[in-house]
Design a binder for this molecule. Sequence first.
Ligand SMILES: Cc1cc2nc3c(=O)[nH]c(=O)nc-3n(C[C@H](O)[C@H](O)[C@H](O)COP(=O)(O)O)c2cc1C
Length: 187
Amino acid sequence: MDIINKYRIADYEIDKMFLERWSIKSFLDKSLSKEKISKLFEAARWAPSSSNRQPWRFIYSSAGVNREKMNSILNDGNRVWASKAPLLIFVYAMVETKQGKNNYTAHFDTGAAWMSLAIQARIMGLYTHAMGGIDREKALNLIKNNKHKFESICAIAVGYIDDSSLKDNPEEIPNQRISVNNFSEQL
Ligand SMILES: Cc1cc2nc3c(=O)[nH]c(=O)nc-3n(C[C@H](O)[C@H](O)[C@H](O)COP(=O)(O)O)c2cc1C
């Protein structure tokens, strides 16, 4: 992908899917089949978690009143572009174990599940964009059972890229990273 090759250069050779996972804002108005949506969650399903607790929860909608309700929970800045994505997902972590204790790895585990979903999306030619800019309390209210055991984390927009709107759009330039040495060290 030209735009990725132009802006993202890995110091060490890795699979291109890691560079091509990119938080786009320009989504095509093209719906996602139920089968495709299920595949995304299937990838999340197999993520590792502490004691195999699988504490992640996803609530999603594509269209209709439920989708409008979910759009309204996004911050204004995110709603502008994310409303156009054909799939919107809210992400939660179950922070209480069955024994009533604090599951302190719940967010970490849920992060692994989201990344699996994001990579599976890329494999399927789709893009994801996570958003912490949501009303977390309103998002939590979408949980029907045992709400008190959950924390809402973020939303994820999913869909196909609209290549035509990428041109000359400074908001759509794939960003860089600090180097490996800045966040890992050998003891
Ligand atoms: C938990 C989380 C919350 C984020 N919140 C927002 C957000 O509210 N709005 C937004 O435009 N991008 C948001 N992002 C996207 C990040 O800005 C983006 O992932 C980061 O700049 C790296 O760029 P890349 O994903 O294109 O590689 C969020 C990403 C994550 C993982």
